[in-house]
Ligand binder design. Structure first.
Ligand code: ATP
Ligand code: MG
Length: 425
């Protein structure tokens, strides 16, 4: 009996990057790597799986991520593991484990890779998505906050998406001023208990600031009239915030103060920021971060001032597609060998050409056919040049070059002089 087998598909909210899309991914990744180099950040790579406890302790128990978004399961040994929902926790764990922050050692680190959250998939929101994370340790002043924002601005400019993004900043103050504010907030929301939704009621005492982050439209009026944290922060945090604004102005980076940014994670203090867009519906934040001076200590590391951000690559990519819709893979050359002699040697001839032009993107045609037919294939490939090798070229160690995208007449050159025509590519 023949069994019918269900067709397998990717897990919900987890996408394949098919060849059509990989050029845009590579473009954005290459720009990120270059910008990281511009600011002398070094890469750190940490495992995708971590102990569940790490996220509970760092992100906070009463957060969307820990309460309902984590992919958590026991391993064969019964230990609870979690697919990382964000990168800061693992980065900080690794820094402590390898003593990278000993003696107030400064570190500027970045990482890029998949994160996992059990969310309702929609445009710009997936269950597996890629984040760039950037973290600086043991830089207490506001200048590093400003420099990270300059780094973001440089990246947007390189990608050509700067006109679609707005920077919003806020300050959460220090822990004592935040605690005093939380009391005020609890009083305010308690006196409006009948207007709170279920989520907010649950958060009222455990994490009242998270109520401010609610996306529920029916809650917005109540939230708008709530006390403002920025008006209650301590003097040192106020000075830090003013320093940041001075730097941003001097750098010519436009920003708006949004007193409602509280961030979804528990560990932030002082500076918080988001780069937002109005082009992606409710998935408006492309990049978000801030200071988290207490996290390293909370995870049993040395007291370490810390600031960082995470950028969602899929969202940046959606903006990139609006700005540069025609990013796709192209090859430089399409190699055609005509006749049995050239065909028999084409792999070797192709290697000789690659030796001459190290960055060449060349497709060697491995079938045979008429020249007219092969030119059609070369044209369709998107290549700039068709390279043709027949009996005569084999005899002279030469190659003929047809310019597929210009009127320039065909030329024949020695293989070891091909660079003079193709340039550096
Ligand atoms: P949101 O409010 O959109 O849920 P968040 O506050 O949960 O975002 P962060 O934890 O700050 O997001 O993550 C930083 C960035 O990572 C976001 O600004 C966004 O660009 C991206 N991001 C977060 N969650 C997702 C997701 N599920 N799919 C795609 N990108 C995401
Ligand atoms: Mg979220």
């Amino acid at each position: 009996m023949v069994e019918t087998v269900e067709k397998l598909s990717a897990v919900k909210g987890m996408a394949d990057v098919v060849p059509d899309q990989s050029a845009a991914w590579q473009y954005i990744e290459a720009n990120i790597r270059e910008v990281m180099q511009n600011y002398a950040y070094t890469e750190i790579r940490t495992p995708i799986l971590e102990r569940t406890q790490l996220f509970k302790r760092s992100i906070g128990e009463v957060t969307d991520i820990v309460e309902k978004e984590m992919f958590t399961f026991p391993d064969q040994n019964g230990e609870s593991l979690t697919l990382r929902p964000e990168g800061t926790a693992g980065c900080v764990r690794a820094c402590i484990e390898h003593a990278l922050l000993r003696n107030q050692q400064q570190q500027k680190l970045w990482y890029m890779g998949p994160m996992f959250r059990y969310e309702k998939p929609q445009k710009g929101r997936y269950r597996q998505f890629v984040q760039l994370g950037v973290e600086a340790f043991n830089y207490p002043g506001p200048d590093i906050d400003a420099e990270q924002l300059a780094l973001c601005a440089r990246l947007w400019k390189r990608l050509g998406i700067e006109h679609m993004l707005e920077l919003q900043i806020n300050s959460l103050g220090d822990a004592p001023s935040r605690n005093a504010y939380k009391k005020k907030l609890i009083e305010y929301f308690s006196s409006n208990l009948n207007k709170l939704d279920e989520d907010s009621k649950r958060r009222l005492h455990a994490n009242p600031m998270r109520i401010l982050d609610s996306k529920n439209p029916e809650m917005q009026e109540l939230i708008a009239a709530a006390p403002v944290l920025l008006e209650h922060i301590d003097v040192a945090s106020k000075e830090h915030f003013e320093g940041l604004q001075r730097d941003l102005k001097a750098l010519g980076i436009k920003y708006a103060i949004n007193t409602r940014i509280v961030r979804g994670l528990d560990y932030y203090n002082r500076t918080v920021f988001e780069w937002v867009t109005d082009k992606l519906g409710s998935q408006s934040a492309v990049c978000a971060g801030g200071r988290y001076d207490s996290l390293v200590g909370m995870l049993q590391g040395p007291e370490t001032s810390s600031v960082g951000f995470a950028m969602g690559l899929e969202r940046a990519l959606l903006l990139l597609q609006l700005a540069k819709p025609d990013l796709h893979h192209t090859i430089d050359c399409f190699l055609i060998c005509i006749g049995s002699t050239a065909e028999a040697q084409r792999l070797i001839l192709a290697e000789k050409i690659r030796d001459q032009v190290p960055h060449l993107a060349m497709h060697t045609y491995l079938g045979s056919g008429s020249l007219g037919n092969l030119f059609k294939k070369a044209d369709k490939s998107g290549a700039q040049f068709a390279l043709i090798i027949g009996d005569e070229e084999v005899a002279n160690d030469s190659v003929s070059i047809k310019f597929l995208r210009s009127e320039q007449p065909q030329q024949t050159v020695a293989i070891n002089a091909i660079k003079s025509i193709l340039g550096d590519l």
